[in-house]
Design a protein around this ligand. Structure first.
Ligand SMILES: Cc1ncc(C[n+]2csc(CCOP(=O)(O)OP(=O)(O)O)c2C)c(N)n1
Length: 796
């Protein structure tokens, strides 16, 4: 009896000691994090950093959250989560400051290499060769984005991937990507950002899909200056979401209310809630209320402008760190002086980290400054203007790379026009061009994959047609292709509105859900935004989603995540994350205002960072799918809406042939006029060219195949050199994608030098097409328009 009692007592003491140690460790992190916010703000106010946004007030909630974030899990959050990052061991304080200074060295700012504002975090997902790392054993952070609520669709997708990994048995062997779908996506959002449609669409979809998504709302009562009464029904997001609450035998989400200063309370609730979610995949909302914001929203202004005195007083009293301290003292977890010592050490530690980060940031620039000043001072002939440049540069206490470049460029200009100095010109220009290359590497790289997984490095394999190749409908070509694809590539999943059960509105997936299961080929709700989010999450986690937008006109509903998130992911992480998402849609001319759009100008300008494929038929489309599936680059493929029932020959190497991106195809040789086009318009142009042949006007038709990238080998220029006449034809609005093609060929390719007559564009009208065949004829380019313009060109 005695022995048992002693053991019990010492075990209790051990667990108390461990508990106390853990709480003290957390207290240290929250103090350090607060200090980082306070001194980060000062760095901005003194001009060392441009802008600062910090996580003060959210520290305690985030150490609590971090406790349950396990290797394999993902975070999709926003700019308030520094404490979570520190507590999870995913950011050092030095790295935090490096990002604040916009240090472009990825070894210093490992989240974005200086490409993102501070507190926009990320972890590495892929290695330099584009291979997925062992994500199942790492804590993972998808790269943050600044648009409020843009983390939501991605969060849904990251959580959804766990469902796919759990449900699709053939994926279980991919141990580096998932441990049978046990991973949770932790998502954070501010209370005001829950006003966005993204939030609501995501929560509804999560409730329907039943995916392990843990959404934390940091409720500090304001969106910059706008209080909750203007943001949220009943001023409470948990009350407003009540209808989504999971009940017995229903789907839905679990809803919890927590207090942001209540360390013990939050830990207790999260422990059981997160454990349950890992098993059940039931999503949850954690409404974390009574959060403060001691320094206001950001460095852009003070919160005294919009918060009442009473609120400011309340925030002081309910500051989470103060409350945590009081709780520790009240529960005899620490002595006051012990905590004060931690606070002092936190200040020192953060000061050191900040100093180190600044030195790491400034030293390489100072080296450039010194070298430049040395070069300028070494000019054998005295020149006051050069001396002035050197003096100004060396006097600059916080120089930037641009100051060095500016000094060098000005000096080069002076030496070029001075016979005594001209001898030094090459030394300066050499150094200038060396730095230009270096800076381009730092600031302008990784918009697309540059390594072996670049779509532009995929080897071309031509389609092979047997003599007796069958001629079938376009949709049947796709259907046979998708069948072969799903049989051979277990990582591919496809989904969208009406894509699963009926096999898409044009039957590309007809019969395939039955064959490959509804875990891999499935229907979604009408929610383009989060369909894109599902695709993003799956792609980030190493799968190969084909996410469908039913009609091109509805891409606008899903454009924001494609533009802000997908197109920037590789760039904003400097190549550390890739989103190999294929967005499939169908569009161009058919009937009516919303089934005939071809807003390619909008799309290509919004989606730099994705590739945009515009095949003229389904055989070409298949080759593009094959190319993209061998790469890590994200892309949009627009199939021709009016092409599914046109007859095409079926290639026999369906799963193997590739269409190289950025390489136009000459689909008709000619000598008088180069006609540049793509997609559905290609057939109209062909018809016109056939008629023009009869009039002895010989047209060369170039199908560009992809708008992004555009004719990388300048094939169009070769055609123009032959014909000396060029017209760009598409069905976008005037000044849309045709203007883009025009610019590329005239300016980038230097096409203007080979013109005998003025170049033209033929486009749709500025308005959307009226309904019916006449609406199409009088709104989109038609055969007669093209013939008329060709004749004019020949007569000019
Ligand atoms: C789409 C979008 N609209 C506006 C902004 C500008 N903005 C940045 S933060 C912010 C307020 C966000 O408040 P909340 O969601 O409560 O988060 P908090 O900053 O309070 O943590 C606004 C309006 C933005 N970043 N993105």
């Amino acid at each position: 009896m005695d022995i048992v009692d002693t053991t019990k007592a010492s075990l209790e003491k051990l667990s108390f000691d461990k508990f106390r140690e853990e709480v003290l460790k957390d207290y240290r992190v929250v103090c350090e994090s607060r200090e980082a916010s306070l001194s980060g703000r000062k760095e901005v106010l003194t001009g060392k950093a441009k802008f600062g946004i910090f996580g003060d007030g959210k520290e305690v909630a985030q150490v609590a959250m971090a406790k349950f974030f396990k290797p394999g899990d993902f975070r999709s959050g926003y700019y308030r989560d520094q404490t979570f990052m520190f507590a999870s061991g995913l950011s050092t304080f030095e790295q935090f400051f490096s990002q604040l200074y916009a240090d472009p060295d990825v070894n210093h700012d490992p989240f974005s290499a200086g490409r993102q504002m501070n507190s926009h975090f990320a972890t590495r997902f892929v290695d330099e060769n584009g291979e997925w790392l062992d994500l199942a054993n790492k804590k993972n952070v998808s790269a943050d984005t600044a648009p409020t609520s843009s983390q939501m669709p991605r969060a849904l997708g990251l959580a959804f991937a766990s469902k796919v990994f759990r449900d699709v048995e053939s994926l279980h062997e991919l141990k580096n990507l998932s441990d049978n779908g046990n991973e949770i996506c932790f998502c954070t959002i501010g209370d005001a950002a829950t006003s966005e449609g993204h939030f609501w669409e995501t929560m509804n979809a999560a409730g329907v899909l039943q995916v392990p998504l843990a959404v934390f709302v940091w409720d500090d009562g304001y969106g910059i200056s706008v209080p909750k009464k203007y943001q949220t029904t009943k001023e409470s997001i948990s009350k407003a979401l009540k209808g989504l609450q999971k009940e017995e035998n229903t789907n839905g989400i679990n809803i919890y209310k927590l207090k942001g200063w209540d360390y013990a309370g939050m830990c207790e609730v999260l422990e059981s809630a997160i454990k349950e979610m890992r098993q059940t995949h039931i999503p949850a909302l954690f409404h974390v209320e009574e959060i403060t914001q001691p320094q206001g929203h950001s460095t852009s202004g003070s919160h005294e402008r919009y918060k009442e005195q009473e609120r400011l007083e309340w925030e002081k009293k309910w500051d989470c760190i103060k409350q945590m301290k009081e709780w520790m003292l009240a529960n005899a977890l620490a002595e006051e002086n012990e905590l004060e010592q931690i606070e002092i050490e936190a200040k020192q530690f953060v000061r050191e980290s900040k100093k180190n980060a600044w030195e790491k940031y400034i030293n390489p620039i100072k080296e450039q400054v010194n070298k430049t000043v040395e070069l300028l001072n070494s000019l054998s002939v005295e020149n006051t203007e050069i001396k002035k440049i050197a003096d100004e540069l060396s006097a600059n206490r916080e120089p930037q790379r641009r100051d060095v470049m500016k000094a060098l460029a000005t000096a080069i200009e002076l030496t070029t026009h001075n016979s005594q100095l001209i001898a030094h010109n090459s030394q300066l220009t050499n150094y200038y061009s060396q730095l230009t290359t270096k800076n381009a590497q730092l600031f302008n790289t990784y918009l697309y994959n540059e390594g072996p997984r670049s779509a532009l490095k995929v080897t071309e394999i031509k389609p092979y047609f047997k003599n007796n190749a069958p001629t079938i409908n376009g949709y049947e070509v796709l259907n046979k292709y998708f069948d072969a694809l799903f049989a051979t590539n277990k990582k591919v999943v496809a989904f969208g509105e009406d894509l699963g059960f009926i096999g898409d509105v044009n039957q590309g997936f007809s019969g395939l859900q039955k064959k490959y299961g509804e875990q891999r080929i499935f229907d979604t709700g009408i929610r383009e935004l989060t369909i894109m989010g599902q695709g993003i999450g799956l792609a980030l986690r190493g799968l190969r989603p084909i996410a469908e937008i039913q009609y091109l006109d509805y891409l606008l509903f899903g454009l924001q995540p494609l533009s802000d998130d997908v197109s920037t992911t590789h760039f904003r992480t400097k190549g550390q994350q890739s989103v190999p998402l294929i967005v499939r849609t169908r569009g161009h001319r058919l009937e009516g205002i919303w089934h005939s759009g071809s807003p390619m100008g909008i799309i290509i300008n919004a989606l730099r960072g994705m590739y945009v494929c515009v095949p003229r038929n389904m055989v070409q489309a298949v080759g593009m799918y094959n190319t993209l599936l061998q790469s890590n680059d994200p892309a949009l493929i627009i199939e021709c809406l009016n092409g599914y029932r046109l007859k095409e020959k079926l290639p026999s190497n369906l799963i193997a042939y590739t269409v190289p991106l950025g390489v136009p195809e000459i689909i008709k040789q000619g000598s008088d006029i180069t006609m540049v086009t793509y997609g559905s318009t290609a057939r109209i142009v062909q018809e016109a060219a056939d008629s023009l042949d009869k009039l002895k006007i010989s047209c060369e038709i170039v199908d560009i195949q992809t708008l992004l990238p555009f004719d990388i080998n300048h094939k169009i220029l070769e055609s123009l050199k032959k014909t000396n006449r060029i017209v760009f034809i598409d069905e976008d609005v005037p000044g849309g994608a045709a203007a883009f093609m025009f610019n590329k060929v005239m300016e980038e390719q230097g096409g203007y030098k080979y013109l005998d007559v003025s170049p033209r564009t033929i486009t749709a009208k500025a308005h959307r097409p009226s309904y019916g065949s006449d609406g199409d004829y009088f709104s989109k380019p038609n055969v007669e328009d093209i013939i008329r313009v060709a004749k004019e060109m020949m007569a000019e």
